[in-house]
Design a protein around this ligand. Sequence first.
Ligand code: SF4
Ligand code: SF4
Length: 401
Amino acid sequence: MKFEMLEPYHRWIWNCQSCSTCQKGPQNVFSPAGPTPDRICPSYDKYPRLTYSAQGRILAARAFLEGTLEVTDSFVASLYECTLCGSCGPERMGRSSCSVHRQQVPIFRALRTDLVKMGKAPTEPYKKVAASIEKSANRFGTAKAKRTQWLPEGMALPEKAETLYFPGCVATFKSPEIARSTAKLLNRGGVEFAVLGEEEWCCGNPLSASGQQDAFEPVVQHNVSAIMGTGANRVMTSCACCYNVLKFRYPEVAGDLDFEVVHTTEVLAGLIDEGKLKPEKSLSRTLTYQDPCHLTRVNAPEVSLFEEPRKVIQSIPGISFTEMEGNGMFTQCCGRNPYELPELSLHTGLNRIKDAQAAGADTLVTSCAFCNWSLGRAAKSLGTDMQVMDVTTLLIQAMGL
Ligand code: SF4
Ligand code: SF4
């Protein structure tokens, strides 16, 4: 068996000290400086077994490269019960949860890609998502014609504009209030924008994240060509996953992009700074904020969008803002994926709802349609009155729109 994608990481893999810090935090006097959260890894927190941690996956990767271990179905299952949240690895403000300061996510992505090429992966839910994308160009298998159903009534959009709004599958089909609110806010802020409508295909994140590179590449080519057709020089996303994949994975397939990729919170914070959006309605709430992993830690230092969402939230009169344990670079995953990882997503989401409660918040705000989905589902299952909202739907309330 050949592990072509994994092989270039062999030095990182061999460097693993089997110290277990990536499972439960520093455990001895020689451990790296940094916080000692009870749960560094959502996967290990849910399934406290070695192969459900970065350490176990890396030990297995080493054995695969050395040819001393066969790939089993149970290993593949454990490899995919990882949200790629990056909590196990990257250096975070000079501190790291890995003793040898390595990023583990690229290793997991490479291993997944190799296993897909060998026909041993992905897991069934990811195969189903790939089939849905192939058939309907979205992860839910919903009819393409429903792509524009979220558009606010009576809002006419140009076919070409400098800004292209890319709501993504979740804000389009699961939480259309996010896409609608975003469109209204752009409109109020005087930003002319276009959308791709039926030509918007899933960003391809579930394909890229699961190692289905052959299916991912045509999606990239389609979306890049459709975006170029609008003349946009800036693409704005509602979802941290779309943002991550468009900004960092697309250039790996399509080369340098002729457009910038930005997140909604960057644009909204700019409009507030310029005085083009003025939230004037007082909201009497105690809010906390879930930093999406892919807007903060996973792509740091290139991307670390901490200030923009906080600026939007704190511009609202009447609110009280409180931080949760595990914020910014130390954020903990929302659970990411209720569809492909239903149990892990719920377990991890519940942890975050409890963190928000411990912070004294009555409202948990996020800026990613996926986080909103995962956390909203967890709050519902807990029967709590904690309200989970996207920053755009919050701002709409404060604008009285
Ligand atoms: S990326 Fe997240 S879920 Fe995966 S091993 Fe690392 S900490 Fe655990
Ligand atoms: S913290 Fe780093 S060195 Fe320690 S077991 Fe995890 S991956 Fe290996």
